[in-house]
Ligand binder design. Structure first.
Ligand code: NDP
Ligand code: 8X3
Length: 254
């Protein structure tokens, strides 16, 4: 197994959910993390919890390409040797039928989940290669494979993430860089609170009366893929809550 105490992990979206749980998981294993996100106070709290020697924080919006480049250029020495990138920042906004959506929600999802992801990877990949290798972990979703009503652009962004990750693998052939797309289903985080724009009643509904996965489950899976022997690459890892399965096709009978 690779030695987690040598991991330096750059995490987008570390202020909540999977990103925060992964930061805790890597530091618990002796690694260092660069925790990024837009909410500064959350980052400060995480750094206080994990310690400044283990956790470097950067207030960062992944839609801002210049800010990503500047942040990477300014990394202090103990955090400069990044060998794992967890490109996790992302969001869903709304669950309306396509014809009723707010176009700015679509724009925000594409700018964050697609464009922001490409900025992150493009900025960090050359360094990984130059340092002799590493691992890029992206956050896809079951929504990138299976359609559902109201999933329109969100699911499409996650299909992009999956294909981007697979295509990346082709380009890093021979460079000792691993690429893994993690594809979770129902997981209780702030995801639904964001999707339903702070409406706590609506946000609680998907998790009511059932057992969803939690952020620690996904963090553990991410961690596992990065600790496998160096000659093993998990291309895609799809996870669902045991309580989540598949429904029938929807037949319209007019
Ligand atoms: P959370 O809402 O709990 O966390 C999302 C994180 O993304 C936050 O840290 C947020 O930080 C960050 N983020 C959002 N927009 C930006 C931005 N413009 N710039 C930088 N950071 C941003 O959700 P999850 O942890 O559940 O989601 C993490 C990833 O996993 C997402 O890509 C999501 O699509 C995906 N996913 C989630 C599933 C679920 O059911 N929970 C299932 C499958 C995939 P901040 O707001 O501080 O910037
Ligand atoms: C999040 C899972 O099913 O809500 O990507 O789209 S789902």
């Amino acid at each position: 197994l690779l030695d987690p105490s040598r991991f330096v992990v750059f995490i987008t979206g570390a202020t909540s959910g999977f990103g925060a749980a992964a930061a805790r998981r890597y530091v618990a294993a002796g690694g260092k993390v660069i925790a990024t996100g837009r909410r500064k106070e959350r980052l400060v709290e995480l750094q206080q919890e994990l310690g400044a020697d283990n956790c470097h924080i950067i207030e960062l919006d992944v839609r801002d390409r210049a800010a990503i480049d500047a942040a990477i250029a300014a990394l202090p020495e103990p955090f400069a040797g990044i060998n794992i990138v967890l490109a996790n920042a992302g969001l869903a906004l709304g669950l309306q039928p396509a014809a009723e959506t707010d176009i700015t929600d679509w724009e925000t999802m594409i700018a964050t989940n697609v464009t922001g992801l490409t900025y992150t990877v493009r900025a960090l990949l050359p360094g990984l290669i130059a340092r002799g290798g590493g691992h890029i972990v992206t956050l896809g979703s079951v929504a990138g494979d299976y359609p559902y009503p109201g999933g329109s652009v969100y699911g499409a962004t996650k299909a992009f993430v999956k294909q981007f990750a697979l295509n990346l693998r082709s380009d890093v052939q021979g460079k000792n860089v691993r690429v893994t797309n993690i594809e979770p289903g129902l997981t209780e985080t702030e995801f639904s609170l964001v999707r339903f724009k702070g409406d706590e009643g609506k946000a609680a509904k998907p998790y009511e009366g059932t057992t969803a996965m939690n952020a620690e489950d996904i963090a553990e899976s991410i961690f596992w893929t990065t600790t496998l022997p160096a000659h093993v690459n998990v291309n895609r890892l799809q996870l669902m809550a045991t309580t989540q399965a598949f429904g029938p096709f929807d037949i319209y009978r007019g």
